[in-house]
Ligand binder design. Structure first.
Ligand code: HPA
Ligand code: ZN
Length: 338
């Protein structure tokens, strides 16, 4: 890509990264062996026959749910705080190499507590990696606790209350809450109570919406869950009025181009509404979502957008600036990033 070095040099923020989605097949197999975690029998699913077979399988996801099946099996190899620390430290190292200065990363506590891994263990490991990344590279970061929307609101509340009880929202250990996993059939308002409580406590809020679900999922996330951001949000183009509102309110849309192609939300990057968002003044950032599953880290996503849309450096600077403004770090840090 012609602008490759300029894209590398841009002050980048990442806002849509599932830390469990940075688990590569090679680390997955290594941790499965170390931790004695059984993987699916390869006579039942040949994808688990080898690292390369699994890598090959990741090229052929047919939908969000098809991906999620592998995503939840993959993370079952994460057992100790040190596993979570290594995973996150390796992500931060890679993000730093791509020119990321600030990262706000998702984690899925319910996916761990439901298989006997304590919430505290997960957060202890992630926090240790955050501290090292800031000390070593000046890379700042935040944690966003995501609820799994295919599980009940009661179950989400259990995860939320555990973080509340440990003081993790008030001491900044966890900056906000999000909503991920299967979208269609699990609208945001199922979780309205926990989001309303978060708003009252001053906890930041976001939700995946308009990835596979239609534009009404975006409207419901904003109006019924008071989200300050929209994750993916590509189907915003289907509702012109809502799009104009999101532009006017400067709501950050966290796009993930390579993810959308791999999960067949669009057939190619050029079909994403990047030009439309720029023309209408929708604030958005470019992110990697689950880089170990979707074939690229953040810079790969920037480059894929550049190849498809041929933006000017000025447009890129505008995108990077919007991403900084839409971050959840304090104004002092934003000033340094800008
Ligand atoms: N969508 C919903 N849930 C997810 C995703 C995604 O893109 N990645 C990890 N969990
Ligand atoms: Zn996501």
């Amino acid at each position: 890509t012609p602008l490759h070095s300029a894209l590398h040099a841009l002050p980048k923020c990442e806002h849509h990264l599932h830390i469990e989605g940075s688990l590569s097949p090679s680390l997955l197999f290594r941790l499965a062996a170390t931790n004695n975690v059984p993987l699916p029998d390869s006579t039942l699913d040949p994808s688990f026959a080898s690292i390369s077979a699994l890598e090959e399988r990741y090229l052929h996801f047919t939908s969000l749910n098809d991906f999620l099946h592998y995503y939840f099996i993959g993370m079952s190899v994460l057992i100790t705080a040190s596993d979570f620390e290594s995973l996150a430290y390796e992500y931060f190292a890679r993000a730093h190499a791509d020119g990321v200065l600030h990262a706000e990363i998702f984690f899925d506590p319910q996916a761990h507590t439901h298989r006997g891994i304590a919430y505290k263990t997960v957060v202890e490991g992630l926090s240790a990696a955050q501290k090292r990344a800031e000390e070593e590279w000046g890379l700042t970061s935040k944690l966003i606790l995501c609820f799994l929307r295919h599980m009940s609101e009661t179950d989400a509340d259990v995860a939320y209350q555990e973080a509340v009880a440990l003081g993790h929202f008030s001491d900044g250990t966890v900056a906000g809450i999000g909503l991920d996993s299967s979208e269609v059939g699990f609208p945001p308002e199922i979780f309205r109570e926990v989001f309303t409580d978060a708003r009252e406590k001053g906890v930041r809020r976001t939700a995946h919406a308009g990835e596979e679900g239609d534009a009404s999922y975006i409207q419901r996330a904003l109006d019924l869950c008071y989200t300050e951001r929209i994750d993916h949000g590509i189907r915003l183009v289907e509702d012109e009025g809502l799009l104009k509102r999101v532009a006017r309110e400067k709501t950050l849309v966290t796009m993930c181009p390579l993810s959308n192609v791999r999960l067949r939300c669009v057939s190619k990057v050029a079909d994403l509404p990047v030009r439309k968002f720029l023309d209408e003044g929708v604030r958005f950032s470019i992110n990697s979502d689950d880089p170990a599953y979707f074939g690229g880290y953040i810079l790969d996503n920037y480059c894929a957008v550049q190849e498809a849309f041929g933006l000017t450096l000025g447009e890129w600077k505008g995108i990077a600036e919007g991403a900084i403004e839409g971050s959840w770090c304090d104004d002092g840090r934003k000033k340094v990033l800008l």
